[in-house]
Design a protein around this ligand. Structure first.
Ligand code: MRU
Length: 366
């Protein structure tokens, strides 16, 4: 999507320098920095320390990481070690394991001498597939927004609430939750987005707001606790969020706080949709609450916040008393009963084993 007037993806291969490049998201929106990822350690650091984040982008970065390592050392040992090193960086987003498995399965059947080239081509393909899946999520999600718009008086906007950043910065391009929004704007449907700030790391405040600004999409940044109030007063027409892992039975794991939004949405009769490309479905897991590992991040993400001073310096300040420890579960699980529908690249389905199986009949479920 656009940064100023220029089109960017969140990760790309620079043919001039022969380097993988990313937008270093730790500095957004205050500074736009592009960095090269070269070694296996660079890729692992970038995922673990959230220079890149968002389930689909984590997967795409891991795929490129495998490819870069294969160019230098295409041995079986290096392939297996790279799978392990990258896999342990973040535990919840299933796209990471999906991409690593995809690359390793392909490369194991590839002669060692060809592995670098084959891995490079597949990493690029994984990125292109993500872009196309997200575009199709937008095409299908647009129809949901169109139906809501049709029930409104002419000129009335459709108010959509979103949580965390499931925008283009969380994917290779388009975003998942945001793709229907971009498509609605292109179709001439007036939308307004309520952007949850998303404590503790403020992905909504820092990233989604920046994406909305860059595309002139009307929006307001709200505190995480405002959503329920806005829903009670009829100021939210639908919720669209992303997901880091959705089970074969339709439970949705996403950024901490998503579950509370789903509860408020159900209490107020507000449709609650989840947008996801199919690599985010974990076909091996049924019960999300019991089975999905939830990442626990450092407490300093809770006790400290980053922001920009009046002189433009980006800095971090402590917001709690000295010595107060922060507790920081990074994700939660929304049970499928609270989910109105899943918006995938193949269409919209019920959040249930039957709904998912109808869209993905090639997947064998227990
Ligand atoms: O911790 P993050 O920033 O990687 O978490 C991201 C999210 O929770 C997103 O909502 C999810 O990955 C979906 S991205 C299309």
């Amino acid at each position: 999507m656009k940064v100023g007037k220029q089109h960017y993806r969140s990760i790309w291969f620079n043919e001039d320098t022969n380097r993988v490049q990313i937008i270093d998201q730790r500095w957004l929106p205050h500074e736009f920095r592009v960095v090269d990822l070269i070694t296996r350690a660079d890729f692992a650091d970038a995922i673990r320390d959230m220079w890149v984040r968002g389930a689909p982008l984590i997967g795409a970065t891991a795929a490129h990481g495998v490819a870069e390592v294969m160019k230098a050392d295409p041995s079986d040992a290096s392939l297996d070690e790279t799978w392990e090193v990258l896999h342990e960086t973040r535990p919840t987003a299933i796209n990471l394991r999906w991409a690593l498995d995809d690359m390793r399965n392909l490369l194991r059947d590839t002669p060692v001498a060809e592995r670098g080239a084959v891995a490079h081509a597949r990493a690029l393909e994984i990125c292109d597939e993500d872009v196309e899946s997200n575009r199709m999520i937008g095409v299908h999600g647009l129809e949901i927004i169109r139906k809501i718009a049709a029930q409104k008086k002419p000129g009335e906007v459709v108010n959509i609430l979103t949580h965390c950043n499931a925008g283009w910065l969380a994917t290779v391009d388009w975003g998942t939750a945001t793709s229907p929004m971009y498509h609605a704007v292109a179709a001439g449907i007036p939308v307004h987005i309520w952007v949850d700030e998303t404590r503790p790391r403020n992905q909504g405040a820092l990233l989604t707001s920046w994406e909305m600004n860059s595309h002139d999409i009307p929006h307001h940044l709200i505190v995480d606790n405002a959503g329920g109030h806005l829903m009670q007063h009829g100021r939210v027409d639908l919720v669209i969020v992303g997901t880091d892992r959705t089970t074969a039975h339709g439970d949705v794991c996403n950024k901490i706080g998503t579950y509370l939004k789903a509860l408020a949405a159900q209490d107020n009769g507000v449709p609650f949709y989840v947008a996801l490309p199919s690599p985010t479905i974990d076909w091996t897991v049924k019960d999300g609450v019991a089975e999905i590992p939830i990442e626990e991040r450092t407490g300093t993400e809770v006790t400290h916040v980053q922001g920009k001073l009046a002189d433009g310096t980006v800095t971090e300040v402590q917001i709690s008393p000295d010595g107060t420890p922060g507790g920081n579960p990074a994700f939660d699980v929304t049970p499928r009963r609270l989910v109105t529908g899943l918006i995938t690249e193949r269409g919209v389905c019920e959040a249930s084993p039957e709904g998912l199986a109808a869209l993905f009949p090639e997947r064998v479920l227990d």
